[in-house]
Design a protein. Structure first.
Length: 256
């Protein structure tokens, strides 16, 4: 049968999906400002699109996306939503733990927002330490540095040419291309602000007026499709590797 999101199943077809599944795939993102050109849901939309590339695998079950993440540092910009890191950590852990009741104790959290990363690592460590589940957090861009450098001669910023490219590829109808120039002109050159190595910019508005960081006008749908395809291949390989692992080998090792 064709695999869909878990919430699109009935309880009967969910039982069939879980009977074959070895790995739960959980998309997480954010609803936060991405400048005047990209949608608030950029991080969610990217994570969801990449996660959906493994939706038809018989060894994976695709969980409903978690849309709101750790985004208080964007709060001065209209439309941004956020939750406390501890709340987010506990919520993700609860979702993964609930899946174990259906026999799946391995998971990949396909993350689209860097601000979620610390909380996701804490959730993953606690789930593993308590031998509830092995859940690896995975940012969709985490293995794309070389390709980003090759195609765009840059590294990942925020609402930049990388995210603009991916949005043009997966949600082009939501991109306000006429606003890309304004996003860049009033944007920041790099993420953060520091003095003598000390961070003095804690919110995005401290170093970018538009909310963007980078050169969004240099993004393109063609590059976005390449990045998306590469990320999908990486996720498929990760899911395949995790599905093949014996659960006992994934638990913490004891003292020598």
């Amino acid at each position: 049968m064709s695999r869909t999101y878990l919430h699109e199943h009935t309880t009967t077809t969910a039982a069939e999906a879980f009977s074959d599944a070895e790995v739960a795939v959980l998309p997480t993102g954010s609803v936060e400002q991405h400048g005047p050109a990209l949608p608030l849901g950029t991080d969610l939309l990217a994570a969801r699109a990449v996660a959906e590339t493994v939706a038809d695998r018989s060894d994976a079950v695709l969980l409903p996306p978690i849309p709101v993440g750790v985004s208080a540092h964007h709060r001065q910009f209209d439309g941004t939503l956020w939750t406390d890191p501890g709340t987010f950590e506990a919520y993700v852990a609860d979702v993964v733990a609930s899946v174990t009741e259906h026999g799946v104790r391995k998971a990949v959290v396909v993350n689209g927002h860097g601000g979620n990363s610390d909380a996701l690592r804490r959730a993953a460590r606690n789930l593993r330490d308590e031998r509830v589940a092995f859940a690896t957090p995975w940012n969709w861009w985490s293995n794309l540095d070389a390709l980003v450098e090759e195609e765009l001669d840059t590294s990942l910023g925020h609402a930049d040419e990388v995210e603009t490219s991916v949005m043009l590829a997966v949600a082009g109808d939501l991109v306000r291309e006429a606003a890309l120039e304004d996003a860049e002109e009033r944007g920041g050159d790099s993420w953060g602000k520091s003095v003598r190595g000390a961070p003095v910019g804690f919110d995005a508005i401290d170093f970018t007026e538009s909310g963007a960081v980078g050169s969004p006008t240099e993004g393109s749908r063609e590059v976005g499709e390449k990045l998306f395809d590469h990320a999908g291949d990486d996720l498929a390989a990760l899911v395949e590797w995790l599905a093949e692992q014996n659960l006992d080998s994934l638990w913490p090792r004891g003292h020598r």
